[in-house]
Design a protein around this ligand. Structure first.
Ligand code: MF3
Ligand code: CO
Ligand code: CO
Length: 288
């Protein structure tokens, strides 16, 4: 069966988070509050970020295990939600600026922020990005990856492989004293015009804030002259496309970002720590 056009679908009822699980400030009213400048993590924050990142990684694995033709995006979201709350974490996206679900699930031409619903199902040949963020011990850990649904065409395979290399190149470009624009420079060098690099969404500082004042551009932008320092934590999450790098957001939901030309997009995201001599990936799945 060929895939019908993607469109907004009905949402499942709001998922519950056990009352004993600590919540971020926006959980009740959706407002994250003022944006804070990036600063080095304390030892305690970092220890908790390792746990939050590990929980998010485990939740992504649980969600990815559901990927198959015929599965609804809501079923995948339920798996991510359950994995997080069962380990005492709050699913960070729930009510973040009003976002209604516990993960973002973005199929084919959806670049990011696809909202899981009860009617959108996966079809053989799709590619699907699952993005999961966990809040634990007062801090967030954030990652995503694009998965193939059964057999996908060669262009999609190439796009997914390039995306994986792009995130690695971005991470390898991070060192204390280095500049934020080094990341986009490294990714552009790797991509060499073969794929679009999404420029309207980026990575971000992360810690007690889901998104702090640090913005990471994945294409080269000479304005990114801020310097990295040890103890900083941030995400690198390049989105590559098979066609135009330009995005627009669905008016119907105010969230779903798609390529303007309908071309496919893939993404990979990690939460990283700036160390004394480079960067360490925190969102590597190591079961505790
Ligand atoms: N996890 C996404 C990121 O990588 C953010 C999702 S925000 C939401 O930054 F509101 F869309 F959930
Ligand atoms: Co992120
Ligand atoms: Co994310």
């Amino acid at each position: 069966m060929s895939r019908p056009p993607l469109r907004p679908g009905p949402l499942s009822p709001r998922r519950k988070v056990p009352r004993e699980i600590p919540r971020p400030v926006y959980a009740l009213l959706g407002e994250p509050g003022p944006t804070h400048p990036p600063r080095a993590r304390t030892a305690e924050e970092l220890a908790n970020m390792r746990v939050a990142s590990d929980i998010a990684s485990e939740a992504l694995a649980a969600a990815a295990a559901k990927v198959a033709p015929g599965v609804t995006t809501d079923e995948i979201d339920a798996a991510a939600h359950e994995a997080m709350v069962s380990r005492g974490a709050y699913p960070s996206t729930l009510n973040y600026r009003g976002y209604p679900k516990s993960s973002c699930i973005s199929i084919n031409e959806v670049i990011c922020h696809g909202i899981p619903d009860l009617e959108t199902t996966l079809f053989e040949g799709d590619i699907v990005t699952i993005d999961v963020t966990a809040y634990y011990g007062g801090v967030h850990g954030d990652l995503n990856q694009t998965f193939a649904v059964g057999a996908v065409d060669q262009h999609s395979k190439d796009l997914m492989e390039a995306t994986r290399r792009a995130v690695d190149a971005g991470i390898a470009a991070v060192k204390p004293g280095g500049q934020v624009r080094d990341i986009g420079k490294a990714i552009e060098k790797l991509v060499r015009g073969r794929f679009g690099i999404v420029h309207q969404f980026g990575g971000h500082g992360i810690g007690p804030d889901f998104h702090d004042g640090l913005h990471i551009q994945h294409n080269y932008d000479r304005r990114g002259t801020e310097r990295f320092f040890p103890g900083q934590t941030l995400t690198i999450e390049p989105m590559l496309t098979l066609g135009s790098p330009d995005a627009r957001v669905w008016e119907a939901d105010g969230w779903t970002a798609v390529t303007v030309d309908g071309s496919r997009s893939a993404q990979e995201e990690h939460t990283i720590l700036v160390t004394e001599d480079g960067a360490e990936v925190l969102t590597t799945h190591v079961p505790l």
